[in-house]
Design a protein around this ligand. Structure first.
Ligand code: ADP
Ligand code: MG
Length: 139
């Protein structure tokens, strides 16, 4: 799998608040090319599976409920050094700690409802991309 790709979701809080356009604009202005994208909704089972690594954490139930409560935008992004550069663009998990100019600083409401997801490694980017997109949906 190419190492110049990462996976993102615009989470239900940001979709509900009408921030799809603003967030996509920050992504493209940040130099990322969109190579897959769709509006979709996770079932409870999908969210449990996607966040399985967090299943022992105290916020897991809350996270699954949040991520399945409404539509999300799922996308695959391409750029040199995509995983690391996108984590920089989204900012810290907790928006109170997110740097100026980051997506979470601008759009996140709380540590749980934090507007966007970004893969944390090339390996997870590939797994998460395959979870959401068939090969024929990736350009
Ligand atoms: P990140 O999304 O920055 O990689 P994590 O992988 O640690 O953060 O956590 C996954 C998601 O779980 C976060 O984006 C957030 O939605 C939620 N989350 C993380 N920590 C908490 C917390 N302390 N309370 C509630 N939800 C949390
Ligand atoms: Mg993470």
């Amino acid at each position: 799998m190419a190492t110049n790709r990462t996976f993102t979701m615009i989470k239900p809080d940001a979709v509900e608040a009408g921030h799809i356009g603003g967030i996509i604009n920050m992504i493209t202005e940040g130099g990322f090319k969109i190579v897959a994208m769709k509006l979709t909704q996770l079932t409870v089972r999908d969210a449990q599976k996607f966040y399985e690594v967090h299943k022992e954490r105290p916020f897991y139930g809350e996270l699954v409920e949040f991520m399945s409560r409404g539509p999300i935008v799922a996308a695959i992004l391409e750029k040199e050094n995509a995983v690391e550069d996108f984590r920089k663009l989204i900012g810290a998990t907790n928006p109170a700690e997110a740097a100026e100019g980051t997506i979470r600083k601008k759009y996140a409401k709380s540590i749980g409802e934090n507007a966007v997801h970004g893969s944390d490694s090339d390996e997870n980017a590939a797994i998460e991309s395959a979870f959401h997109f068939a090969g024929r949906e990736q350009f």
